[in-house]
Design a protein around this ligand. Structure first.
Ligand code: BTN
Length: 326
């Protein structure tokens, strides 16, 4: 019911009606006005700013920033066809995995979005700083058929390409992809991808892909310890970006990339990733089997690994870990 009310209020805004009366909403949805009032209160608690004017009705003030179900238009084939919104989660990846356990096997494309995370997870055991109302934090659950576990890591560059496309379309900013999972802007990190996959050697059972984007964070929202390495669209672009629009675009581009991946295989996506990955051609430092190396990043392997020529002349393929550009 809440989702339907949000959808009606969002639609009324789009059609240029400033207010929609409680009576009209009640009639449309077949419930009492008192029930509508209760739902309006619950939407407010979840971040919807709703003006109520006697004899006129209700008006949603912030439709562009709401990520509630009903506000976000999902026009995709797969990604987001099941959409769960939470005003707060520990981590959307953990929440998505709990959904999987509770509901058993699910179809491709469940999306779990949270306005805020209390224990957002980053790669390599790190955390992800999540600011209520200012970032986009979501996870996508996929069950790609017949994908061996060794190829699951391809879902990271696939996601990176899709998120890149959405960010460039919405912001026009010079986004870069840093191997393996960073979205960068002017040398600082703007977003990251956390892939958690489960399965047996020959078959991936499921993949949860978590995406975090610093959208409208100000400098004050970024902890001092991250201030040299993290940034946001707002800090770099100088204006706020409607989160709903950006999320819709990310779901759309993810849907297109995933559809192509299932029908044509990984090569078209990898070609695009190689073109966009700013790590390629750079001298890098990295840790491999407990030793620190430096070398040149020379290519992306067909499984998404980073091909490196070390300074001592060895050829290596990195499949995880951090690289530092020198
Ligand atoms: C990284 O760069 O280390 C990956 C960061 C991934 C953060 C996102 S926010 C949404 C999803 N839920 C999480 O707990 N983490 C990912």
């Amino acid at each position: 019911m809440q989702e339907q009310i949000v959808a009606l209020l969002t639609q009324a805004n789009k059609e240029g009606f400033r207010y929609i009366s409680g009576g009209d909403i009640a009639k449309e949805l077949g419930v009492t006005r008192a029930a509508i009032w209760k739902y309006i209160e619950s939407i407010r608690k979840e971040g919807g700013i709703i003006e109520a004017v006697p004899r006129h009705g209700y008006h949603l003030v912030n439709p562009e920033d709401l990520l509630l179900a009903g506000a976000v238009e999902v026009k995709t084939e797969t990604i987001g066809t099941k959409y769960v919104y939470l005003s707060e989660a520990d981590s959307t990846n953990s929440e998505a995995k709990r959904h999987l356990r509770q509901q058993g096997s699910l179809a491709d494309g469940l999306v779990v979005v949270a306005d805020c995370q209390t224990a957002g997870k980053g790669r390599m055991g790190r955390g992800w700083h999540s600011v209520p109302g200012k970032g986009i934090y979501f996870s996508v659950v996929l069950f790609p058929e017949d994908l061996p576990m060794s190829k699951a890591s391809l879902l990271t560059p696939l996601t990176a390409v899709a998120v890149y496309e959405a960010l460039v379309k919405v912001t026009g900013l010079p986004i870069e992809l840093k191997w393996p999972n960073d979205l960068m802007l002017r040398g600082r990190k703007l977003g990251g991808i956390l892939l958690e996959a489960s399965g047996e050697t020959d078959r991936l059972r499921y993949a949860v892909i978590g995406i975090g984007i610093n959208v409208n964070l100000t400098k004050q929202d970024i902890p001092d310890i991250l201030s040299d390495i993290a940034t946001s669209i707002y800090i770099e672009g100088g204006k706020t970006v409607p989160r709903r629009h950006l999320l819709q675009e990310m779901l759309g581009f993810l849907d297109t990339q995933y559809g192509k991946f299932l029908t044509c295989g990984p090569e078209p996506m990898l070609t695009e990733y190689r073109r966009l990955c700013s790590t390629l051609g750079q001298r890098i430092r990295f840790i491999w089997r407990d030793e620190t190396y430096s070398g040149l990043a020379i290519g992306i392997h067909s499984d998404g690994g980073l091909m490196v020529q070390t300074d001592s002349g060895e050829s290596l393929i990195l499949r995880s870990g951090d690289v530092h550009c020198l």
